[in-house]
Design a protein. Sequence first.
Length: 393
Amino acid sequence: MSKSKKLKFPKDFLWGSSVSSYQVEGNVNNCDWSEKFPARTACNYYLNYEHYFDLAKELNQNVHRFSLSWSRIQPAEGKFDRKAILHYRKMLLALEKRGIKPMVTIWHWTLPLWMSEKGGWENSKFPEYFEQYTRFVVEELDDLVDFWLTTNEPMIYTSLAYILGKFPPQKNNLLVVPKVFYNFVKTHKKAYQAIHDISENAKVGVAQNLSFVDAYNKNSTLNKTVASAFNFFRNRLFLELTKNYQDFLGINYYFHDRIKFSPFSFPPLKIKNKDKEVSDLGWEIYPEGLYYVLKDLKKYNLPIYITENGLADKGDKKRAKFITEHLKQIHRAIDDGVDVKGYMHWSLIDNFEWADGFGPRFGLVEMNYKTMGTKVRESARGYAEVCKNNSLF
Ligand code: IFM
C-alpha cells in the first residue's frame, strides 16, 4: 500500500478514545480492588473530567468511552446513591456540550464490596443483582447515552480472576470457570433485555477482547487443531451464545496468540511470539491480525466499533506507527465490506493498569501523577489529524 494514498473512512465514522472508572477516576474506596490494588487518586478524572473532555475535544475526538462505577452508584445492597448518578449525568451533559458522543460501559471489572462479599460472579443470583443496577442506571441516564456496553472483556476477566489468580478474587480454580462464564452470558442477556425494555432506541453491545489466533507450526495438523480449539473458547464461545443480544460488536484488539503445542512439554500449550516488535509490556504488535479478526466477524452482520486498541509505550516511540498501521488494517477490512463504524484508542490518558499498577503508559496524553499535570503526546497530534480529516494521510 503506498504511503501517500489517502485512505478515506466512511461518513459519520466515530473517532475517539476509551477509559474506565477505576483506572482513571480516583478515590474509589469501596470496591473489590481498593484494598489490595488501590488506585489512589489515579487521574482524578472523577473531579477533573471537564479537563479531560477538553483534551478529547482538542484532539478532534467525537466519541468517548467511559465506564460507571457500580460501587459509587450502589454502595450497599438495595441502596442507590442519587449524588453519584447525578454526577454521571453531569459528565454526560459535559460531553454533549462538546459534541462528543458517549459510549458507556456499565461494568468494567470492579465490584462493590457488598457484591464481592456475596461471591461476585460466582453467585448464581449475580445476573439479577446486575439487572437491578442496570435498570437503575439506564432509567436515569439513557436520554444522554448513545451506546451501552454491558460488560468489558468477559473472557479476559474470567481467566485473570479465576484461572491465573491475578485479579480479585485471585483464584486459581478451573472448576468455577463454567459457572462464572455462564453468569456472564446470562447477565449480558438480562441486561440487554432490561435496557431495551426501558429504551426503544438503545444500542447495546459488549466490549469483547478478541485476539488473532494462529498455529506456531502451520505444518502440524495437531498444532492447527489445538489452535482452532483455543480460538473457539477464547474468541467465539461468548459471541456465539450472545450474538442475538448484540446490536453492535464492540472489539478490543491487542493480541496475536500464536499457539505452540507439544504434548511432551509443560505446559503443553504456550503462546509464543517470534521476536516481533513488542510494547513496553512485551505484547506483540501485530496490526494485520486486526484485519483477520474483522474479516471473520463479517458473518455476524452487525456494525462493529473498535472499543479499544493501544499499547504501553512510555517514550511514545511506537504509538504513532501503531495507530497508523492498525487504521490501515481497519480500512482494508472496510474495503472488503466489513461494517466498521468507529475507533476508540486505549487510552485517552495514562492510567492505572490493574495488577500492573501505574507503570504501563497507554495514554494519548501523558499523566504526571505527582503534579496531576497532563501533556499531549506527539502521537496524539497525528491521531488528531486523522480524526479531523476522517482519513489517513
Ligand atoms: O487497561 C486495560 C483495559 O481495562 C481493558 N482492556 C485492556 C486494557 C490494557 O490492558
